[in-house]
Design a protein around this ligand. Structure first.
Ligand SMILES: C[S@@+](CC[C@H](N)C(=O)[O-])C[C@H]1O[C@@H](n2cnc3c(N)ncnc32)[C@H](O)[C@@H]1O
Length: 172
């Protein structure tokens, strides 16, 4: 069987995904925990979220911290539209800038971030090594990258807790 990766999620998938994660208590808790970790690590500075999807993580970070400058990119234009609308609806458009961009060619200058964060996106990246080099490029000397992702190689108990089927499907 030939395996391929879907990088840019098309519009119908983007709408379904955004609706599901907005309603999932598991997703909400996870995003909140990530945002809290970010805000406790860096009280001020520049943060980039890669593969932001509907933008829940950067918007949560913006709610928790007034002193962070937050950028977010996604390779799916549909996701960028959804995230931008979520920012507008939350009154956070001036705090978080969403834009189209790939992890493989990050549209920012060298050493321009203190922290790069990414949730549930890494497994989509077709050229992960190139993407990691790009992340390294945009981080400053003291910068860190926090990449959160899931692995299919987990116990059934963990699968049940995460609500992931044995075929990799989500059951929120
Ligand atoms: C499963 S969603 C995760 C979205 C969000 N981070 C979350 O935790 O809900 C994966 C996202 O990564 C994006 N993506 C995939 N490959 C990418 C790449 N190479 N560069 C930037 N974004 C990418 C997809 O378009 C999609 O929005």
């Amino acid at each position: 069987m030939k395996l391929f990766k879907i990088e840019s999620i098309p519009k119908p998938g983007a709408i379904v995904y955004s609706t599901i994660v907005a309603r999932s208590p598991f997703a909400r808790d996870f995003y909140r925990e990530v945002a809290e970790e970010v805000c406790s690590k860096i009280p001020s500075g520049r943060v980039l979220d890669i593969g932001t999807g509907p933008g829940i993580v950067p918007l949560e970070i913006a709610r928790k911290s007034q002193n962070l400058e937050i950028k977010a990119i996604d390779i799916s234009p549909a996701m960028v539209d959804i995230a931008s609308k979520n920012a507008k609806d939350s009154g956070l458009s001036d705090r978080v800038q969403f834009q189209y961009g790939s992890a493989k060619r990050i549209p920012y200058e060298d050493e321009s971030f203190d922290l790069v964060v990414s949730t549930l996106s890494f497994h989509h990246w077709a050229k992960p090594i190139e993407c990691l080099k790009e992340i390294h490029r945009v981080l400053n000397n003291h910068g860190e990258a926090w990449i959160y992702d899931i692995t299919w190689d987990i116990t059934n108990a963990a699968r049940r807790q995460l609500k992931i089927g044995t075929d990799g499907s989500y059951h929120f």
